[in-house]
Write a protein that binds this ligand. Structure first.
Ligand SMILES: Nc1ncnc2c1ncn2[C@@H]1O[C@H](COP(=O)(O)OP(=O)(O)OP(=O)(O)O)[C@@H](O)[C@H]1O
Length: 419
């Protein structure tokens, strides 16, 4: 097996300097105290990449992915361990880092491509392709300081991929630029792959990585915890991440629940809850608990876009009421109202005479087709004229994740046909 990249037992630390001036007491007591701390970012990482393979690096923010890529390009050096790289490397790490702002796009192409080792003649042969891929024909003679960040990036990307590298190192390129350019980059990656270029790519776009990579390596706090088939590693990573997200949202919800339980008991609820939620109403039909359950009946705070769920409200009827309506509304974290309905709108009759004191209301949603993001659920009980018994905003928070990179507020079920 021929390896393009061999990373052997790499250790890398960064020195963090303490800028704070010491107090007099510290000066007297700790005269020799060090002014810096060592942060070990990579702790004994081994990673060999077979020639012609595409490998994706995943991991949480700060896990060391970019540092590992920078070590491969020799922008920085390890404190311990060795790296061998065989072949011409082109990297898309600090895009456009070598550009001169006062020079035109054209002049920068020549300078930048020369840094990658291309001769003037070679660049002459590729110049049209570089300009056309960057879509900057009209602006190629303007100084790059007049470019927007997107234009800057397109030019840098276009140069880096046209130097025909043996090894391509990419950091998050699939997540920048507009959607069209992202698609172009993605297709370009695929054509590199089919030409036998070795690619190492760092991205948080798990769906794209899964489609592009032969293998995924997962870094966690500076160590390689898993490496293998993309679908398996990404699946495991997602499960852990959504578990952590679940815990975080659960903790937020717990605080909200404690606030709600301090109020209630049939008293007038015309009050404002602390925190982000508000609550009002006369308390006749009090909402005491709200949960969102998955298809197994488990309480969850993180759902995949399209997953089924059941919103369950536990209510207490403290007084007889003439009419009763149960309602829900979903808001995105930025307060965008995404959806709202109630039993009255849905023409679901509520028989107030026949209800016990304790009521359970379930709303089953076949497909929770909200886009990736954070949401909160408002719940309400009121009479048929909308006079509130118990109205609670921001009652349950939940998040949605998605593998599909469509955009907007919600996913509309659809099919394409091209005739
Ligand atoms: N030059 C530097 N000096 C000091 N600390 C640094 C330096 N570069 C990176 N770090 C730190 O090293 C850790 C790992 O950073 P790195 O950029 O490799 O992580 P990452 O996995 O790529 O994260 P992200 O997904 O956020 O890009 C972070 O805690 C970061 O703050």
């Amino acid at each position: 097996m021929e390896f393009a990249i061999e990373v052997t037992d790499i250790w890398k630390k960064f020195r963090l300097y303490n800028d704070r001036a010491p107090t007099l007491k510290e000066k007297v007591l700790f005269t020799k105290r060090s002014k810096h701390e060592d942060l070990w970012v990579l702790k004994g990482v081994n990673l060999c990449v077979e020639k012609g393979k595409t490998i994706g690096l995943i991991g949480q923010n700060g896990s060391g992915k970019s540092t590992l890529l920078k070590l491969m390009t020799r922008i920085i050096y390890p404190d311990q361990g060795g790296i061998r790289v065989r072949g011409k490397v082109s990297s898309l790490l600090e895009l456009g880092a070598g550009f001169h702002p006062d020079f035109s796009g054209m002049e920068n192409i020549y300078m930048n491509a020369a840094i990658f080792g291309l001769t003037k003649k070679e660049i002459d042969g590729k110049i049209d392709e570089i300009i056309s891929f960057s879509e900057l024909e009209e602006f190629i003679d303007s100084p790059v300081r007049t470019y927007s960040s997107g234009m800057y990036m397109r030019l840098a990307f276009s140069i880096a991929i046209n130097v025909e590298p043996d090894i391509l190192l990419i950091d998050e390129i699939l997540a920048v630029g507009d959607e069209n350019f992202q698609k172009k980059c993605f297709n370009k990656m695929k054509s590199f792959k089919s030409r036998g270029t070795t690619i190492v790519i760092v991205s948080h776009g798990l769906g794209s990585l899964e489609m592009l990579c032969d293998e995924i390596a997962w870094l966690h706090e500076g160590t390689l915890v898993r490496r293998g088939i993309p679908a398996e590693v990404v699946g495991e990573y997602r499960a852990i991440m959504s578990g952590e997200e679940n815990q975080r949202v659960e903790a937020e919800n717990h605080q909200q629940e404690e606030r709600v339980s301090e109020e209630g008991n049939g008293e007038n609820l015309v009050s404002t809850q602390g925190g982000n939620g508000k609550r009002w109403g006369d308390g006749s039909v009090e909402i005491v608990d709200v949960v969102i359950l998955d298809h197994l009946g488990q309480r969850k705070f993180t759902f995949e876009c399209g997953e089924s769920c059941v919103i369950e409200m536990h209510c207490n009827k403290h007084r007889p009421v003439a009419s009763l309506v149960f309602g829900i509304a979903i808001y995105r974290r930025d307060d965008l109202w995404c959806y709202g309905t109630n039993t009255f709108i849905d023409r679901h009759t509520v028989d107030v005479e026949g209800l016990d004191e304790e009521i359970i209301v379930r709303v089953s949603i076949d497909k929770l087709n909200l886009m990736e993001g954070e949401y909160y659920l408002n719940v309400a009980t009121h009479d048929e004229y909308a006079s509130p018994y118990d109205y609670q905003t921001n009652r349950v928070r939940f998040s949605i994740y998605s593998n599909i990179k469509d955009s907007g507020v919600c996913r509309l079920e659809h099919q394409w046909s091209i005739i």
